[in-house]
Each structure stands twice: as structure tokens, then as C-alpha cells.
Write a protein that binds this ligand. Structure first.
Ligand code: AMP
Ligand code: ZN
Length: 470
């Protein structure tokens, strides 16, 4: 099956030709672990997970690498301001290392709850300081860097003739404009960026290392160049991230990697458009105001309803977040699961192997292979499950295969049937307490149920409940 992927570099859909036949090496920029990931971040991870799963479904052997940014990402993209990790440490009165550990764990807890598959390699930047220093030294030897006294070692973007090719001219002009507002004194060009930063004089950072240039820490972009090349080779197949990374982060990763090796860094660049929240809430990790997966589950939604919500919009379309949309997706997912269960019931007897030559299988694969059109693939899944002219066992075989891509826990039993008896007993107890107007008891039981993952809602139609943990 020919897989076509939109490549930001060439601004068109291209046939995916991996370096090694049938294999795909994918690098995805991971979270900066100074705070919880927000639902916008998670949109990118869900889309990237979709890409990995789709490629596997279509027969590729995928190696996916994800970094964890646990040092060097400064508050400003212009190489000024505090390190976000140190900011997080100050905010919470913990060490930067504890912050990194806590938010890495929190990230993966959300990541797995959203049905995302484990990356083959997870690499924290702090584990690759030597590789980053080696890369900086290689760039220095080739004359790409210059020092700025008391500040750091910088990449001279004028030395790379095609610097900025990923974003195009307009973006680079934008950087120049932006840089007028805030920049590091001594930069030769506004787009130049730090390869290594010195700890400020008199400041003792929690995270700092010796280097040939002085004690300090790596520039943010260094980690992805060093770790992608270490784990996937000097040229990789696919590099992914959110659209914000085009102009600065990925542009600078390309400059460093291609400057050092003289080879193409990544053959395909995939960028996920943003989730924007409008009135639903601000989406800025640095302001501390943002919606997280916990905001979604607190409202009683299954994390996979958020996954489904994201999958319903193509990754190259901006997604305007709304609670109505999540509600509709949750109901849609309930419907899809009910359908899948019904088909399973009908399909008594042994399930045949999935029929790859059937139209629905081809349509599903074709949608995936057309620049990861998951909304279209989901539509094929719905149609096929509903199509009574296909024997139920065949539909079931297909749904099971499709589930490898959608990861929506399709065959989860409806919640009512799935609720363990002791929780049902607690709900009944609470209803009795309410009837007896024992509000204190009723509140306590509500809390107990919430701790066990059941959200209680009192409506005019009576008490309703939802599972808040999938
Ligand atoms: P960060 O933790 O800020 O380094 O970002 C982690 C990932 O989330 C990166 O791939 C970003 O490009 C992506 N990202 C950030 N904000 C959004 C958003 N609102 N919608 C989709 N992706 C985002
Ligand atoms: Zn990166």
C-alpha cells in the first residue's frame, strides 16, 4: 500500500519512501516536563500515535523515539529568560529533578489513558549531555558557532545557505521582526540561537554541566538533534511535532544536524495543527491556566472520548475545542461501542481472519494511507459495523483489526454492566441517604465514589453516574 504523507518541507503530499524498505524511524518532540501537559499538547500526541499505529497497520516496522525536555527550554524562544524547569521548581518549592520526575510520570499517565502506544525509545535530555556537547563541538569545528561572552555559544545561521527552508521566507522574516523586541546582546543575526548557555554569573543552577566552553546547559534545540541522530541515524524518516515548532525549534534542529553532518536531517516533516480553546479556557502552560485531561475526566468523560474527539478532525485542520464537541464525541463513542458489541454478539462461532481484499478493509487502509485521514477511516468503521449484508463474523474480524489503529477500547461493555457490585451498593446507599435528607452522609459517599472513579450527578430525573477513569 502506498502511503502518502504531507511534508511541511515540500508543502505537498508525498509518497512515503522510507530509508529502509518496510521500516519507519519516527522522532516526535516530547513534553517539556515543568507542568502538566494540556489537552492541546495531547492532541499532538494522539495524532502522532495515530501515525505510528497507521504505519504499523499498513505493514511498516516502526521505531518511534520521543524525547523528554527536562532541561534548557527557556521561557522565551529568543534564548532569554529562565529555564522552564527551574521556574517549575521555584513555583512548587521542589528541586528541578523532582519536578521533571513528577511531570514525566503525570504525562505518561495521561498519555496511556488516551490509548497512545508506548514509544520504542523515551529519552530525557539530561541523559544526553555528552551527545549534545559532541554535536556542539562538531559544529564548532566546522565554523558554525561563535561565543557570546558571559552568555553562551551561538549558531551562526548566516553560515548555512538554506537556513529556514522548513518555514519559508515569511517565517524567517517573522523571527527577525520578533527578535527586535527581545534578543540576546551580541547575537550576529536575530535568528541565531544558543547551542550552549552559560549559567548566569553568580547564579547556581540546579541543572548544569561542564563543557569545553564553560559550565552551563545545552540550548533547547540541541537535544532533539542529538537524540534523533543517536537513536535513528544521521538521516531519519519522519520528524513530528506541533505546528508551533516549524519556525524555530525544527528550523534550528535542521540547522544543527545538517550543519554537522552535511546530510538531510529528516526526509518528512509532519506538523499537527493546534487545538485552540477560544472561550473554553486559556491554553498556556506558562500562565498555569489550561485544560488538562483531568479537566476532561472531572466532567465525567472517559479519556478515550477525548481521543475519539481528536481523531474526528484531520490532524492538519485546526481544532476548535468545545465541551459540546467532547459531549458529542462521548455519545458517538458510546454508540460505536454498542454497535461493536452487538456485532460481536451476532458473530457467534469462530472469527475468521480479517479479509484484506474486502472493500471495507481497502477503504479503511486507503483512508489511512491518504495523509492519515483518520476521520474517513472512522467513517468506514461505522459503515462496516452497520452493514448487515456483511456476515457479522467478518465485520467483527475487521473491527478487531481496525481497533489496532483507533485504540478506542471498542469492545468495552456499557458502563452499567461494568460497574462492580460494591460500587453499585455505594450508589444505592447514597440514594437512600439523600431520601433521608442526610446530606452529610450523601456528600461523604459522593467523595468515596469519586475516589473510586465514579462521578455522581443529581439531575431532575434522578441520580446519574459516570466512570471518570477508563
Ligand atoms: P511542549 O510540552 O510545550 O514542549 O509541547 C509538546 C508538544 O505539544 C509539541 O509537539 C507542541 O508543538 C505541541 N503543542 C503545544 N501546544 C499545542 C496545541 N495547542 N495544540 C496542539 N499541539 C500543541
Ligand atoms: Zn524537538
Amino acid at each position: 500500500m502506498n502511503f502518502r504523507l504531507y511534508n511541511t518541507m515540500t508543502r505537498q503530499k508525498e509518497l512515503f519512501k522510507p530509508l529502509r524498505e518496510g521500516e519507519a524511524g519516527i522522532y516526535t518532540c516530547g513534553p517539556t516536563v515543568y507542568h502538566y501537559a494540556h489537552i492541546g499538547n495531547m492532541r499532538s500526541y494522539i495524532a502522532e500515535d495515530g501515525l505510528v499505529r497507521a504505519l504499523r497497520f499498513l505493514g511498516f516496522k516502526v521505531k518511534r523515539v520521543m524525547n523528554i525536555t527536562d532541561v534548557g527550554h527557556l521561557v522565551s524562544d529568543a534564548d532569554t529568560g529562565e529555564d522552564k524547569m527551574e521556574q517549575g521548581a521555584r513555583r512548587e518549592g521542589k528541586s528541578a529533578w523532582d519536578i521533571a520526575k513528577f511531570y514525566t510520570e503525570a504525562f505518561f499517565s495521561d498519555y496511556y489513558a488516551l490509548g497512545c502506544a508506548k514509544p520504542d525509545v523515551v529519552c530525557p535530555a539530561t541523559g544526553y549531555i555528552k551527545e549534545m556537547i559532541d554535536l556542539g563541538s562538531a559544529l564548532e569545528k566546522k565554523g558554525f558557532t561563535y561565543p557570546i561572552e558571559g552568555d553562551g555559544v551561538y549558531f551562526d545561521t548566516s553560515k548555512l545557505p538554506d537556513y529556514g527552508k522548513l518555514a519559508g521566507k515569511a517565517h524567517i522574516e517573522g523571527i527577525k521582526e520578533g527578535a527586535r523586541v527581545e534578543t540576546v546582546a551580541g547575537k550576529r543575526h536575530p535568528a541565531d540561537f544558543a547551542v550552549w548557555k552559560f549559567a548566569a554569573p553568580g547564579e547556581r543552577r540546579q541543572m548544569e554541566w561542564d563543557s569545553p566552553w564553560g559550565r552551563g546547559f545545552p540550548g533547547w534545540h540541541m537535544e532533539c538533534s542529538a537524540m534523533a541522530m543517536k537513536h535513528l541515524g544521521e538521516t531519519i524518516d519522519v520528524h513530528c511535532g506541533g505546528e508551533d515548532h516549524v519556525a524555530v525549534h525544527h528550523t534550528n534542529e535542521i540547522a544543527q544536524s545538517e550543519g554537522a553532518t552535511g546530510k538531510t536531517f529528516s526526509n518528512y516533516w509532519v506538523h499537527v495543527r493546534f487545538l485552540v480553546t477560544g472561550d473554553a479556557g486559556k491554553m498556556s502552560k506558562s500562565s498555569g491556566e489550561f485544560l488538562t485531561l483531568a479537566s476532561v475526566t472531572k466532567r465525567g468523560y472517559d479519556p478515550l472520548a477525548y481521543r475519539y474527539y481528536c481523531l474526528l478532525t484531520h490532524y492538519r485542520k485546526q481544532l476548535e475545542f468545545s465541551w459540546e464537541g467532547v459531549e458529542a464525541a462521548a455519545r458517538g463513542l458510546d454508540g460505536l461501542r454498542a454497535l461493536a458489541l452487538k456485532v460481536r454478539e451476532e458473530a457467534a462461532g469462530p472469527v475468521p481472519p480479517v479479509e484484506r481484499e474486502e472493500k471495507y478493509f481497502k477503504d479503511f487502509s486507503g483512508a489511512l494511507a491518504d495523509d492519515l485521514n483518520l476521520p474517513a477511516a472512522l467513517a468506514v468503521l461505522w459503515e462496516t459495523l452497520r452493514d448487515g449484508s456483511i456476515p457479522a463474523a467478518r465485520r467483527l474480524a475487521f473491527a478487531r483489526a481496525a481497533e489496532e489503529v483507533t485504540a478506542l477500547d471498542l469492545f468495552r461493555a456499557p458502563e452499567a454492566a461494568a460497574l462492580p457490585p460494591e460500587l453499585e451498593a455505594l450508589i444505592k446507599e447514597r440514594e437512600a441517604a439523600r431520601r433521608a435528607k442526610d446530606w452529610k452522609m450523601s456528600d461523604e459517599l459522593r467523595k468515596t465514589l469519586a475516589e473510586k472513579g465514579v462521578l455522581i450527578e443529581d439531575t431532575p430525573q434522578g441520580t446519574k453516574w459516570k466512570l471518570i477513569r477508563g
